[in-house]
Design a binder for this molecule. Structure first.
Ligand code: 2RA
Length: 340
């Protein structure tokens, strides 16, 4: 069987990557519809060697669609995606619009793939930092029961899409030419040679919306309503891979050696953890190495020496491509679960 699939927001960084993932993962696409703003209508994109004209994103465009991959912002998702469901399509949406809706499964295939099958028309793709952190956390949870996560994230410019990547590139070029750094727009301040500890708005306790996503989405995805999470999200001058430092607290004993054995075979994980390796590239994950591939690389595995219990705490470092596994690849993997 071949399917009619639409990508809403086809011209953005995630939408473009979704098109590439549909091709790479050999999804049986009979017709691909590329939906974007009126400004982009008529422009051509290539899929499986064929040129496809972008159509304006309007409710009529969903007629006859089997699936719609959402890669647009929250407002457009809220406005248009329910109409796709009305037209009979199953929606897999990357925006934050429906992620915490109790009727909408929020899915990382390596963690809670079965939840996707219980959908009522919409399945939500989690936030990139949530996906990247949970892929390695989940197998350790299965072994020893995670009760608490302390996380610091180092998030790439791609998190704000193509404009963020272009802004970082322009700043790097200006610095290289010894020119003044252009006025920032995608970020709160200059990003090159800097770190910005704010992604999203602040709540009453001083946490940002991005930081609360890991707690709220993590509890839903892992079915752990009591999970305790303290997250600090930082924008860093890196193009497209997010990195995270994660300390986990467990209710049952787990040694570093046991954790290493588990992660070495965990789905979606590549263990890169050899402190004696000659090359840094083999010693630990780095964003330059994890960009444009689909695995979450995990390293710097060690016992949490601040945990009073000798075998109840593990700390590790992980990196993953924010546009791929952090968004597009995860969404297409969910689609393939529905086709299986
Ligand atoms: C970011 N996770 O990194 C947010 C949205 N993609 O900006």
């Amino acid at each position: 069987k071949q399917y009619t699939i639409a990508i809403l927001g086809a011209t953005g960084a995630v939408g473009t990557q979704m098109l590439q993932c549909l091709e790479e993962q050999d999804v049986p696409v009979g017709e691909l519809r590329l939906l974007a703003s009126a400004r982009s209508a008529g422009k051509l994109m290539t899929f499986k060697g064929e040129e496809i004209a972008i159509q304006e994103a309007r409710p009529e465009a969903f007629q006859g669609c089997d699936f719609v991959l959402g890669a647009a912002d929250d407002a457009i998702a809220r406005e248009l995606l329910p109409k796709a469901v009305e037209a009979g399509a199953v929606v897999i949406d990357n925006s934050h619009a429906f992620r915490l809706d109790p009727d909408v499964p929020l899915v990382v295939p390596e963690v809670n793939g079965a939840d996707a099958l219980a959908h009522h028309g919409i399945i939500a793709n989690p936030n990139c930092a949530t996906i990247i952190g949970l892929v390695p956390t989940w197998p350790l949870h299965l072994a020893a029961g995670v009760t608490r996560m302390i996380v610091s994230t180092y998030q790439a410019a791609s998190g704000t899409g193509a404009p963020g990547m272009a802004e970082l590139e322009a700043q790097i070029q200006a610095m290289g030419r010894g020119e003044d750094i252009p006025e920032p727009h995608a970020f709160a301040a200059q990003l090159v040679s800097n770190l910005i500890p704010q992604i999203g708005g602040f709540d009453g306790e001083g946490y940002t919306s991005e930081e609360m996503k890991l707690q709220n989405e993590g509890r839903k995805i892992m079915h752990l309503p009591e999970l305790r999470v303290n997250c600090t999200c930082v924008r860093v001058p890196v193009m497209r891979s997010h990195s995270e430092s994660i300390t986990l607290e467990f209710e049952r004993d787990i040694t570093v050696e046991e954790a290493r054995e588990i992660l070495a075979v965990a789905p979606g994980v590549k263990l890169v953890d050899d402190r004696d390796a000659a090359s840094a590239h083999d010693r630990f994950p780095m964003p330059l190495d994890t960009s444009d591939q689909d695995l979450i690389w995990v390293g710097r595995l060690r016992r949490d020496i601040s945990n009073p219990e000798p075998a109840r705490g593990i700390t590790f470092w992980c990196c993953g491509d924010q546009i791929r596994k952090g968004a597009a690849t995860n969404a297409v993997q969910i689609l393939k679960l529905l086709l299986a």
